[in-house]
Design a protein. Structure first.
Length: 143
């Protein structure tokens, strides 16, 4: 299976997600979506996607969207950190399915950014995530 139109290989370095590659990214004007073709290394002992993969990639995708939105709004963001996150598990994903992580809401601010995400397997919602990120701004250069 090839990724859906608009997705390209994610090359952003991250030791946490390296074992799950290949991962894919689709950049939209207002958000960043991630995608992955489910393989056996993504699964638990029951043969379905492990909840930790849902959580890790949701965190990654929502965080990337927050940074994108902040920078698009001209905010000199240096970094963000997850301060809280919840995931509601609504279904399962199995090997061979396309798993998409799409941020559906993002409210950027200069100190906090809030985001919500739908996670789908072959178009069916299997989880929803919400997170708050702490924003740190770039320090102004001193003369």
């Amino acid at each position: 299976m090839t990724p859906p139109d608009g997705f390209e290989l994610l090359t952003r370095p991250s030791p946490l997600i390296d074992p799950w590659r290949p991962l894919y990214v689709r950049n939209e004007p207002d958000r960043v979506a991630l995608g992955i073709l489910v393989r056996e290394p993504h699964t638990n002992s029951r043969g379905t996607v492990h909840g930790g993969l849902f959580a890790a990639l949701a965190d990654q995708g929502m965080g990337m969207t927050c940074v994108h939105r902040l920078r698009t709004d001209g905010v000199p963001v240096a970094n963000i950190w997850t301060s809280s996150m919840t995931v509601d598990y609504l279904g399962v994903a199995k090997p061979g399915q396309w798993l998409a992580f799409d941020t559906v809401f993002c409210r950027p601010g200069r100190t906090l950014c809030h985001a919500e995400m739908d996670i789908t397997a072959d178009g069916e919602t299997v989880a929803r995530a919400r997170a708050t990120f702490r924003v740190t701004l770039e320090r102004a250069a001193t003369a």
